[in-house]
Design a protein around this ligand. Structure first.
Ligand SMILES: *Cc1c(COP(=O)(O)O)cnc(C)c1O
Length: 362
């Protein structure tokens, strides 16, 4: 295949074409550096500027106050499940919202370092929705409340936060990071693997309120110690340089080409509405998984009933240049991941395909 397809992959996912073009231009020689970003010291002036640019874009997009540290870490979002528990649970208790597969994984890792308590679970309802704020009450002794703002596999997204009082709120935002304004100061820690919305795999972003660093215990493995990583501004050892460079480019694209998070949200809502409107108008031919109030703007999950209809849908869609629509192996069905970088035209093409497919098979 020499043409790019419409890429609905759940991750690693589509990147903005203008960014890829710019990166191609700079691949042999980053301007002024005499080599590519992969071939220069992470302590060089050129890399300093690249690193600063990535942080500056994130800061500007989120209006991130100065008392937050921006960290670029390795091990993906999955290692953050362990790292946050090693730093802040440390034998104690914390409260977790079990809203889907990723929340379950976070809970599973936390168990190795203390007592994660499930304060709300969507499991009995097959993870069709997020809790309403009044359904979650946080224990007075909880080290933190852990949320997953978008469950990538089930396609449910949290729009109203529970009230955690003074308890720090931690959030796995891997699949909706920088997709809309979030009110960052409600969170003490927000983290995300880059490969859904803001870059390639191999780097995770963590935004951490600096006062939390005082709670970090001594003698953690250096690379799993937020305090040490913060003191070294993510450069304790060689960081994922190319990933940080890509994050700088993609966040620059969100900031300058899209025009910030309000504009990003408007576009993302427009895309999601296109697909949900087909589902709603299909008279049950397409059945959405999520309850309406928690429908994800990022991962649109649905099933088709009857025989091999679903298999044919995916097969014919793929042949039409619409790739990555198969649901996660753990739940089946179909999933269209429509992250920041997926253009409106791609979603329109899927919309049109869905309408046609129903006409032929409905
Ligand atoms: C993809 C994903 C993860 C896992 O990310 P890795 O970088 O592969 O570890 C965790 N949480 C959510 C919500 C995700 O979408």
């Amino acid at each position: 295949m020499s043409e790019r397809f419409h890429n609905f992959s759940a991750g690693p996912a589509v990147l903005p074409v203008p960014v890829l073009e710019e990166v191609r231009e700079e691949l042999l020689c980053y301007p002024g550096a005499g080599a590519s970003v992969m071939e220069i010291s992470h302590r060089s002036e050129a890399f300093d500027a690249i690193h600063a640019m990535a942080k500056d874009n994130i800061k500007a997009l989120l209006n991130l106050p100065d008392d937050y540290q921006i960290l670029f870490l390795q091990g993906g979002a999955s290692l953050q499940f362990s790292m946050l528990a090693m730093n802040f649970l440390n034998g104690g208790a914390a409260d977790y919202v079990e809203c889907g597969t990723w929340a379950q994984k976070a809970i599973g890792e936390a168990k190795k370092h203390g007592t994660p308590r499930i304060v709300w679970s969507g499991k009995a309802e097959n993870f069709k929705r997020m809790p309403r704020p009044d359904e979650v009450s946080v224990g007075a002794d909880a080290a933190y409340l852990h949320l997953t703002s978008n469950e990538t596999i089930q396609g449910v997204e949290m729009f109203d936060l529970p009230d955690a009082g003074k308890t720090p709120v931690f959030c796995d935002a891997s699949s909706n990071f920088l997709s809309r304004p979030t009110g960052i100061t409600k969170y003490a820690l927000m983290y995300a693997g880059a490969q859904k919305n803001i870059g390639p795999s191999g780097v995770a972003v963590a935004l951490l309120r600096k006062d939390l660093l005082e709670r970090v215990p001594a003698n953690l493995p250096s690379l799993l110690d937020y305090k040490l990583m913060a003191e070294n501004d993510s450069l304790y050892n060689t960081p994922p340089c190319f990933g940080i460079y890509m994050i700088g480019k993609v966040t620059g694209w969100i900031r300058n080409t899209i025009g910030g998070l309000d504009a990003m949200e408007a576009l993302n809502r427009k895309k999601a509405n296109l697909l949900y409107s087909v589902i709603d108008a299909s008279g049950g031919f397409y059945k959405g998984h999520a309850e309406v109030q928690n429908r994800s703007l990022m991962n649109v999950t649905f099933i088709l009933d009857g025989g091999d209809l679903e298999k044919r849908f995916i097969k014919e869609a793929t042949a039409a240049g619409l790739d990555g629509l198969k649901g996660h192996r753990s739940v089946g069905g179909c999933r269209a991941s429509i992250y920041n970088a997926l253009p409106l035209e791609g979603v329109q093409a899927l919309h049109d395909f869905m309408v046609e497919f129903q006409k032929k098979n409905g």
